[in-house]
Design a protein around this ligand. Structure first.
Ligand code: NDP
Length: 449
């Protein structure tokens, strides 16, 4: 085994030994570090200064109690977190997730991914992630507001426009960001609008931010296909999820001439051979906050199936996982490949297991990994920060154009790195290397901090 492969193995062992129960974090560290060996080999200095050991240790982790009262007057206690992973190239930046599954392993995995994703955008943002095991499902607006206010009453000490700028993620959309920002402003007594992104348009939000991750994913896919002389026109697309990322991925895919035949939530999926009617999905999910099952009750051509995993059994040309982590395992990957899928691009964070990714690569499926393909959301968040700092608002078209330019650059840089390091179609390696070099060189320049 080469010296640098051994170095990577030693760091992976260290991560396992330190936090044996943090499986998601171990997996993402493995996914990144095993692909950057060629860069380590040409830069032995990284090992001398223990750069990888530093990268896998968050700069700071905060956990805190979040007490709040529900509508019945009962006291509830949740756990809040903020993982500040790496600030070498800018203030920590990354979403807040409210979901019962939230724990430190998941947040460290997301924060680690975020560091590299943010680097890929070419914008000056470091990486972080946070959230709570609070479940917004079934809660009233007042309960969500009380929870958000209590959460921010502690979080405000750790964030700021020049230190750490959270945004939304699963379970945190425009409503939650509004409540969080209101409480922050009240405590700080200052209009620091660049402290949170994903804000409403009347108080510092950016046009296109809502659409950005889904649109960005499709701009990335468009580049992948164009490189092979192909396009989205006439393709059958399977999408999972029915949240922010999924909805706007479906919208842009339809605009590009594709037929999207599925969407899902954590209970099940709908298959509509006529193509998903997005107005109905938006009404159910964005307005009524209902279950996707109701789609089939309203659209006669659609079928509803219990269980979200079944979505990967639907025959398609392109699969876009946009719900959550680990939704495609090896078994689902095999079904997708056997059914003739040609391209898989990730809207969600780490929706494919490592075994699934390995199977795509062995089967020569075109694969757009999350940290590159879904970077449009955070890139537009950084554009929101710029507009806040300049006290300007760009038009929808201006932001959308910048977003498309950023996604094209991410694709080109990942592709160029993949080619340079000898595996031209391996965008996992290309994206990881392209992202790593920028963060690593900034850390080297800043000394032992
Ligand atoms: P939302 O909360 O808006 O939507 C999440 C969707 O996924 C919902 O339909 C939800 O269904 C479904 N879902 C959640 N958990 C599961 C599960 N265990 N199994 C199946 N379906 C599930 O979140 P977003 O759309 O914002 O985020 C989706 C993914 O994209 C996440 O991985 C997130 O980290 C990632 N991402 C989001 C960005 C953004 O800008 N929003 C940016 C980059 C990445 P249900 O309603 O039943 O919970």
């Amino acid at each position: 085994m080469s010296d640098m492969k051994q170095y990577v193995n030693d760091v992976l062992e260290l991560v396992k030994r330190r936090d044996p129960d943090q499986v998601e974090f171990q997996n993402t560290v493995k996914e990144v570090l095993t692909t950057i060996v060629p860069v380590l080999e040409s830069n032995p200095k990284y090992k001398e200064v223990k750069l990888l050991e530093r990268m896998v240790e968050p700069e700071r982790v905060v956990t805190f109690r979040v007490p709040w009262q529900d509508d019945k007057g009962e006291i509830q206690i949740n756990r809040g977190y903020r993982v500040q992973m790496n600030s070498a190239i800018g203030p920590y930046k990354g979403g807040l997730r409210f979901h019962p599954s939230v724990n430190l392993s998941i947040l460290k995995f997301l924060a680690f991914e975020q560091v590299f994703k943010n680097s890929l955008t070419g914008l000056p943002i470091g990486g972080g992630k946070g959230g709570s095991d609070f479940d917004p499902k079934g809660k009233s607006d007042n309960e969500v507001m009380r929870f958000c206010q209590s959460f921010m009453t502690e979080l405000y000490r750790h964030i700021g426009p020049h230190t750490d700028v959270p945004a939304g993620d699963i379970g945190v959309g425009g409503r939650e960001i509004g409540f969080l920002y209101g409480q922050y402003k009240r405590i700080r007594d200052a209009y620091d609008d660049a402290v949170l992104t994903g804000k409403g348009l009347t108080y510092g939000g950016s046009l296109t931010r809502t659409e950005a991750t889904g649109y960005g994913l499709l701009y990335f896919v468009k580049n992948m296909l164009a490189d092979k002389g192909d396009s989205l026109q006439g393709k059958t697309v399977v999408v999972s999820g029915a949240g922010n990322v999924a909805i706007y991925a479906i919208q842009k895919a339809q605009e590009f001439g594709a037929k999207v035949v599925t969407c899902s939530d954590s209970n099940g999926y709908v298959y509509d051979p006529n193509g998903i009617n997005l107005d109905v999905v938006k009404q159910i999910k964005e307005v009524e906050r209902g279950r996707i099952k109701e789609y089939a009750a309203r659209v006669p051509s659609a079928e509803y199936h219990e269980g979200c995993k079944g979505v990967w059994t639907v025959k398609c040309d392109i699969a876009l996982p946009c719900a959550t982590q680990s939704e495609i395992d090896l078994e689902s990957a095999k079904i997708l490949v056997n059914n003739g899928v040609k391209l898989i691009a990730e809207g969600a964070n780490m929706p494919s297991t490592l075994e699934a990714i390995d199977h795509y690569q062995k089967s020569k499926i075109m694969f757009g990994p999350a940290k590159a393909a879904n970077a449009g959301g955070v890139a537009t968040s950084a554009l929101e920060m710029s507009q806040n700092s300049m006290r300007l608002s760009w038009t929808f078209e201006e932001v959308d154009k910048k977003l498309e330019g950023i996604m094209t650059n991410i694709y080109k840089n990942a592709k160029a790195c993949a080619e340079k390091y000898g595996d031209p179609d391996n965008l996992v390696m290309g994206a990881n290397i392209s992202a790593f070099i920028k963060v690593a060189n900034a850390m080297m320049a800043q000394g032992l901090v």
